[in-house]
Design a protein around this ligand. Structure first.
Ligand code: SF4
Length: 169
């Protein structure tokens, strides 16, 4: 088993690291806002990728949903699905496209049970906003430019309301 798979299969340290990162980003938010989206991303993209590439095989979508997906990057799915698996998952839990690999979403489901974010697996993620590709998701999140923080996506709003037990009328 690779170090990456081991860490993702035992995601508690990754969860702590994410929560610490969120806290630090909150502290430096005024500086990021002063720099603006592009310049702040220029500074933070490299350190973010130095961490996320080896740990998550990050594809630089610029709108991270790792904590909603069991600390498993959905962009590593060959179909880049952000809301669960396709219909082609094999009976052994492997990928339709690459039968030698486990399905990313089967892994995400199993790993999410070992995080505090299990319920968020049921959340509907917004489609990828490709305008954010290549930007630092630390910045897009902190400056509230991703669909998670803008809350502008009706599907996301709906999913949030369902999670909170409210109906959609
Ligand atoms: S969801 Fe996006 S930012 Fe997060 S690890 Fe995957 S590609 Fe990278």
């Amino acid at each position: 088993m690779s170090v990456r798979a081991f860490l993702q299969d035992h995601p508690k340290p990754l969860v702590w690291a994410w929560e610490l990162t969120l806290r630090v980003l909150g502290w430096v938010r005024p500086v990021l806002a002063q720099l603006g989206l592009e310049r702040a991303s220029w500074w933070l993209r490299t350190p973010e990728m130095l961490i996320k590439k080896p740990l998550f095989d990050c594809r630089e979508c610029g709108q991270c949903v790792l904590h909603y997906t069991g600390m498993t990057c959905p962009m590593t799915c060959p179909k880049q699905l952000r809301n669960g698996p396709c219909g082609g998952v094999r009976a052994d839990g492997h990928c339709e496209v690459y039968p030698d690999r486990p399905c990313v979403w089967v892994q995400a489901w199993e790993r999410s049970a070992r995080t505090p974010y299990r319920a968020e697996m049921m959340r509907l993620n917004a489609p990828v906003d490709w305008r954010l590709e290549g930007l630092s998701s630390w910045v897009t999140h902190t400056l509230e430019r991703d669909a998670i923080t803008t809350g502008n996506d009706p599907a996301v709003r709906y999913a949030d309301e369902v999670l909170e037990g409210r109906s959609w009328n």
